[in-house]
Design a protein around this ligand. Sequence first.
Ligand SMILES: *Cc1c(COP(=O)(O)O)cnc(C)c1O
Length: 421
Amino acid sequence: MPISYEASLEYAQAQDRTDPLFSFRERFLFPQHDGKDACYFCGNSLGLQPKSVAYLMEKELDDWAKHGVEGHFRARNPWFSYHHLFTDRLAKLVGAQPGEVVAANALTVNLHLLMLSFYRPDSTKYKILMEAGAFPSDQYAVETQVRMYGYDPEDAIIEISPREGQHIIEEEDIINAIEYNREHLQMVMIGGVNYYTGQFFDLKKITDVAHRNGAYAGFDLAHAVGNVPLQLHDWGVDFACWCSYKYLNSGPGAVGGMYVHEHHGNNPKSFRLAGWWGNDEKTRFKMEKGFIPQPGVAGWQMSNAPVFNMVAHNAALDIFEKAGISELREKSIKLTGYLEYLLKQIKHLPFGIITPAEPSRRGCQLSLLFAERGREVFEKLTQNGVVADWREPNVIRIAPVPLYNTFEDAFRFYEVLMSLQ
Ligand SMILES: *Cc1c(COP(=O)(O)O)cnc(C)c1O
């Protein structure tokens, strides 16, 4: 059944009143505009701060002051095991077993580390397939990985582009390319949700086809985690990594996340670069020679956990657990659908939505491609307290985030666009 929306403030407010997740908004701090909360549509770049963070941070500062080094074991949340506090919640969010996820390092670092484990090319299998227009950090990472082994990126990286005149990539083209390149294809490495268009790829299907054709499947989930439902374990995904400062609201430069499927993670022979934090916890402080990896992806950790950095992550994951990712997804589909409906009522501005129209092929982002006047529209939004994101040369990205955005926010956005002559 298509949902019947209405372009009115009364309708938007009525939707908010019956939204079971409405009160979650209260848990976040909003940038202010003219003494009011801004309409914040940038959760895909930097999520908002949970109100609980300040208090929780204070608690760790107190424990540090009080205990010094003893805080590793005596803090109220001992730092030795701090990262264990939220492993289960993180695992649930990405559809993994608890032993398959760990929070550590940062996204691009983790992508390199995981590629060091999974991209072990030889003269037959050395090619990597990715989407054209991937986030630049991913492009740089993949390019330098293939160069490290002496391959030419032009030959070793297969990029799948949208068809002529289109903006999104047909999955069929990815699948055909995997099959066509099967002899030399070592790995598929794709951004699960594209940062620019908001396209959500069918990760299960891509993983299946990659495996049938003798390649690993790894994903960068920066724009997928906390946005769309994921079942990494059941889909058989080999590895994945993500950052936590976008939809996960864990603060600027927040700790990243890693996933490794248990059949690789529990194999002590899986290659990884080692550090003491990946070593068996029982023998870690014996400071002896001979790395004994912890089972699971925990054995990929290197350095001791960045506790201050993890305070916000812990607080944010708590909120996700309380809201529930399926409930969030349900609201997200409705809210993004509403914003899309409103945008379609606007006939006097020259833009189109390049994000896929099917809810199953997108998360909560809409990307508007302007033929002209894009910059002017963006500035008008900013002046009116709407925080959106500008991408050169002509795209405005907006993310109605189900945790804290409202139907009224969507309507306010529409009103600003309508007010432009
Ligand atoms: C945000 C984002 C990054 C950023 O990488 P950092 O290492 O966290 O700075 C990388 N890749 C993708 C796909 C992203 O969306």
